[in-house]
Design a protein around this ligand. Structure first.
Ligand code: SAH
Ligand code: SF4
Length: 424
């Protein structure tokens, strides 16, 4: 999501006549698009901003702007301004689409311009985008989040959930396919609640409409929320010949007590039932997830519930996180914060288990021929790479540039998580 926002900021700058440069020494403007989902993201952003103090001293004309969800937290903009007085523009998540106006205003004044609206406004359509991930293109379908999981800062810094109109989304997707994009990823904090604020529209309907666009492309979407992931949607996915056979369904934890404290609004049993339903319609579907360890009061027993769930479901991949205390969220005030050492041990165990599941799944690919959308070239390996419909990454050699092409690859080596093969 943040990457796509950066594409919008770059698009606005291109419209104003700026071009990209590899070195900050040559830059006229440097924009940071920050994230505050976990503490280490914030620390990294602050480190990178601080590192520009010297550059700003040498070149007073370079404009330094800081946006993204870090600036949207209460009092954060003022604190940033005090800590890094050399920042020229501080803008919030609700002000991104207006970055052009902010920049123009700043060029007319000397002092730091701080523009962080507290409330989200209407959706602004038509922001230019410098897309950087060909053959994939990201498309926002909702902004904000209404779920208030107790650990999460997103609802506070991104506002209430707002859905883009279905016709605007379909139009954007149609244009992307016409431009030659081969994979579209629909984006929202909870794509399954798309349309709740509109009339007669839901995510299943959107999937059907985008799938009906003519052309050779794949459709992905993220993120799903288990509480809203329903049979109607599963049906729409199974009936589409565009939607990839992989679903990202974050479970967060396997213990009902912790899920309740997290305000996730489903139980372990509900989650497993959804998985069963999904596999009933799409038996070969690959399921990936997000898991958090060390949520306040998490005991060894709670953690073992998560481990057992991971083994039971057999995820094709899992993003694992150590709980990070976010000021202003209900979980930050909970007793029983878990020690860092304990969380680290738990995450290592989880990663080991998931890795061994991944390796076993990879082995089943030996000698199989799979259709890969070629996405990139790995300079180190000197090989092209891409993913199959299940999201499994494969590397292969080619003399011809195949980025953006669908190719059949026979898998010859399955050592780690990624596969290696040759074009057939
Ligand atoms: N809306 C999406 C994505 C949210 S952020 C969803 O609900 O899945 C992506 C992931 O970051 C979450 O799934 C969660 O696992 C993790 N995350 C969010 N807040 C966190 C926190 N305070 N500490 C650690 N991980 C967190
Ligand atoms: Fe955060 Fe929960 Fe919303 Fe995801 S659904 S963004 S985890 S509050």
């Amino acid at each position: 999501m943040n990457l796509h926002e950066s594409e919008k900021i770059a698009g606005i700058l291109t419209d104003l006549g700026y071009t990209a440069t590899d070195s900050e020494l040559n830059a006229d403007i440097i924009v940071f698009n920050t994230c505050c989902i976990r503490e280490n993201a914030e620390d990294r952003a602050e480190g990178n901003i601080g590192a520009l103090k010297k550059l700003k001293k040498q070149n007073k004309n370079v404009i330094i702007a800081v946006g993204g969800c870090m600036t949207q937290q209460p009092n954060s903009a003022q604190k940033l301004h005090e800590k890094f007085p050399f920042i020229d523009i501080i803008f919030g998540t609700h002000n991104l689409e207006r970055f052009k106006e902010l920049l123009e205003a700043k060029l007319k004044q000397k002092k730091t311009l701080i523009c962080v609206d507290e409330k989200e406004g209407e959706i602004i359509e038509g922001t230019p985008k410098n897309r950087t991930s060909y053959p994939n293109a990201w498309v926002n379908i909702t902004y904000g989040c209404n779920n208030f999981c107790t650990y999460c800062i997103v609802p506070y810094v991104r506002g209430r959930e707002r859905s883009r109109k279905i016709e605007n989304i379909v139009k954007e997707c149609r244009e992307l396919v016409a431009q030659g994009y081969k994979e579209i990823t629909l984006l929202g904090q909870n794509v399954n609640s798309y349309g709740n604020d509109l009339q007669d529209t839901d995510f299943a309907k959107l999937i059907k409409e985008v799938s009906s666009i003519e052309g050779d492309f794949r459709l992905r979407f993220m993120t799903n929320h288990p509480k809203d992931f329903n049979e109607n949607l599963i049906k729409a996915i199974s009936e589409s010949n565009k939607v990839c056979r992989s679903v990202h369904l974050p479970v967060q934890a396997g213990s009902n007590r912790i899920l309740k404290l997290m305000n996730r609004k489903y139980t372990r049993e509900d989650y497993i039932d959804k998985i069963k339903l999904l596999r009933k319609y799409i038996p070969d579907v690959a399921i990936t997830t997000d898991i958090m360890v060390g949520f306040p009061t998490e005991t060894e027993e709670d953690f073992e519930d998560t481990v057992n769930l991971v083994k039971e479901v057999g995820f094709s991949g899992a993003f694992t996180f150590i709980y990070s205390k976010r000021s202003g969220t209900p979980a930050a005030k909970m007793d029983g914060q878990v020690e860092e050492e304990v969380s680290k041990r738990r995450i290592m165990k989880l990663i080991d288990i998931q890795n061994s599941i991944n390796r076993k799944q990879s082995e089943t690919y030996q000698n199989a021929t799979i259709e890969i959308l070629c996405e990139d070239y790995d300079e180190k390996k000197k090989m092209y790479l891409g993913r199959d419909t299940y999201g499994r990454m494969a590397y292969f050699s080619s003399l011809e540039n195949l980025i953006g092409k669908f190719v059949n690859v026979k898998i010859t080596k399955t050592g780690g998580i990624s596969l290696i093969g040759e074009i057939v």
